[in-house]
Design a protein around this ligand. Structure first.
Ligand SMILES: O=P(O)(O)O[C@H]1O[C@H](CO)[C@@H](O)[C@H]1O
Ligand SMILES: O=c1cc[nH]c(=O)[nH]1
Length: 235
């Protein structure tokens, strides 16, 4: 057990899928894993462990935002020996060619700062996905008939944005979508020699104002879960 995760040692798999939403964690585990069991519910941040095609997998909610993700990812890596972390998140599209429900594989994640900025200090670190996972996810998506968008995303601390000028500049520079965790996940993975990737589904469109209802953000994103699992265990 750690401060924020109640699982016993050995109850967390080396491969973890991380949605922000703990109820999406429960849905993903119950839908895609064999013999899923709840291994932690500290603070209601649900975690489940089961198997996928014989491989042990944990699905652990991360909460919203980089400080929350940082707590769960740090404890998973440092205390439970997790080596592969794949975020399965929702995001807001920032480009006209990206549509609602499209899947995005985040190659890099820009930010103003992450919790790790305090140690990186003046360095503008470039958080990037693990190449093996990214390549496997792109192949898995194609196998499933999904054409993913692959490129840079924006990890922000503010869902309710008061700086439209920032969004404009990031959009102008090709940023595909906005979410709130990937930059810190990639930075922590780099520091601890783990592998990380963010597989995202578009739930909102910043340009059209379209938005999916809450229940679909919880249970409507099957393609990204299947892509994440296939990327973790290719072949
Ligand atoms: O759907 P999740 O994984 O929570 O991700 C996105 O949704 C939340 C905001 O609604 C933020 O956590 C953002 O990153
Ligand atoms: O962080 C997020 C997640 C979904 N949609 C957004 O606009 N922002």
């Amino acid at each position: 057990m750690t401060i924020h995760i109640g699982a016993a040692p050995g109850d967390i798999a080396p491969t973890v899928l991380m949605p922000g939403d703990p109820l999406r964690a429960r849905w993903a585990a119950e839908t895609f894993l064999d013999a899923p069991r709840c291994v932690t519910e500290v603070r209601g941040m649900l975690g489940y462990t089961g198997t996928w095609r014989g491989h042990p997998v944990t699905v652990q909610g991360s909460g919203m935002g980089m400080p929350s993700l940082s707590i769960y990812a740090s404890e998973l890596i440092r205390e439970y020996g997790v080596t592969t972390l794949i975020r399965i998140g929702s995001c807001g599209a920032m480009q006209p060619h990206v549509a609602l429900r499209d899947v995005i594989l985040a190659m890099t994640a820009s930010s103003i700062g992450t919790p790790s900025s305090t140690i990186l200090r003046e360095v503008n670190f470039a958080p990037c996905a693990d190449w093996g996972l990214l390549q496997a996810a792109a192949a898995a998506a194609q196998d499933q008939g999904v054409t993913p968008h692959v490129g840079g995303i924006w990890s922000t601390d503010t869902f309710y944005d008061e700086r439209p000028d920032l969004t404009d500049q990031l959009t102008r520079h090709g940023t595909l979508a906005v979410e709130m965790e990937a930059a810190e996940l990639y930075t922590l993975a780099a520091r601890h020699k783990a592998r990380a990737l963010a597989v995202l589904t578009v739930s909102d469109h910043l340009q059209t104002g379209q938005a999916l209802p809450g229940d679909q953000r919880e249970t409507g994103f099957a393609a990204m879960v299947e892509i994440a699992l296939a990327a973790a265990f290719p072949g």
